[in-house]
Write a protein that binds this ligand. Structure first.
Ligand code: KIV
Ligand code: NA
Length: 278
């Protein structure tokens, strides 16, 4: 299939075809996302926990994100490639945020970048990115980069008072130039309402079935993540169990001297052994 562009994504959105998004963190996962092509691969900063073993996304550096984005880009054919801007890379001022996004595009080969929240600074960064021709993807609802300030990973917008600012922020981000909006862990009715009130597509995770698309974390889908399983996660394969079988089988075969077998090695050329032993 040809390369998915923003134009392709808007066509899917216009025809109400659900947009499929999966995270990827390295070359093989990017290849898998390209082979059964998803519409978008996202180098999420969930990379921090699921691929790097860090305690939260706030520990991810810009250099690490770029390193992994470049690997994903090398394995990506058709999917549109979005990379998360790490915590701290867009939180001080607009010029440094723009410079960091330029690095993600230039060194990481991302098509677009994603930012969490809707502070006045974040909206200014979104505007600057749009002006620079770097498509900004917004992210509202549960914001993992603010886990400390939010008091944990919790559903957002369950009361009218909590939902109102999310609706307002969604409109402000669209007006600032966001090309799409990720909605994480919000009630389905709220996500449906926001989706209906925006021109840009929404991508939901724990946001019900009425968003323009869905995203899940690779390791949740494949059951390779052994940490917390959120309510919205569905495991579509049990790769974790298969990997366990592989490791246990290898270790067992080596210990029993069953591996390697004769066909899994090399012989001397005929007569050479005798010559060597003379
Ligand atoms: O980091 C991530 O994987 C994400 C998605 C879950 C939206 O931001
Ligand atoms: Na993220």
């Amino acid at each position: 299939p040809p390369k998915t562009t923003l134009h392709t994504l808007y066509q899917l959105h216009a025809s109400r075809t659900p947009i499929t998004v999966l995270t990827a963190y390295d070359y093989p996962t990017a290849r898998a996302c390209s082979a059964h092509p998803v519409d978008i691969t996202l180098v999420g900063d969930s990379l921090a926990q699921v691929a790097l073993g860090l305690p939260s996304t706030t520990h991810l550096t810009l250099d690490a994100l770029i390193h992994h984005t470049a690997a994903v880009a090398r394995g990506t054919t058709s999917p549109f490639l979005i990379a998360d801007m790490p915590f701290g890379s867009y939180h001080t001022d607009v010029p440094s945020a723009l410079a960091n996004a330029v690095r993600i595009v230039r060194e990481g080969s991302a098509d677009a970048v994603k930012l969490e929240g809707s502070s006045p600074l974040v909206r200014s960064v979104v505007r600057a990115l749009a002006d620079a021709g770097i498509p900004p993807v917004a992210h509202l609802g549960l914001l993992p980069q603010r886990v400390a300030a939010m008091g944990g990973y919790r559903v957002q917008g369950r009361t009218a008072a909590d939902a109102r600012p999310i609706i307002r922020d969604a409109r402000l981000l669209q007006a600032a130039g966001a090309v799409a909006l990720v909605l994480e862990a919000v009630p389905a009715a709220l996500a449906a309402y926001i989706t209906a009130s925006l021109r840009i597509p929404t991508i939901g995770i724990g946001a019900g079935p009425h968003t323009s698309g869905q995203v899940l974390v690779w390791d949740d889908v494949m059951a390779t993540w052994e940490g917390h399983k959120a309510k919205f996660v569905r495991r579509f394969a049990d790769v974790g169990a298969e990997v366990g079988r592989g490791v246990a089988g290898y270790v067992d075969a080596v210990r029993r001297r069953e591996f390697p077998g004769e066909k899994e090695g090399y012989a001397m050329r005929p007569g050479e052994w005798e010559k060597l032993m003379q």
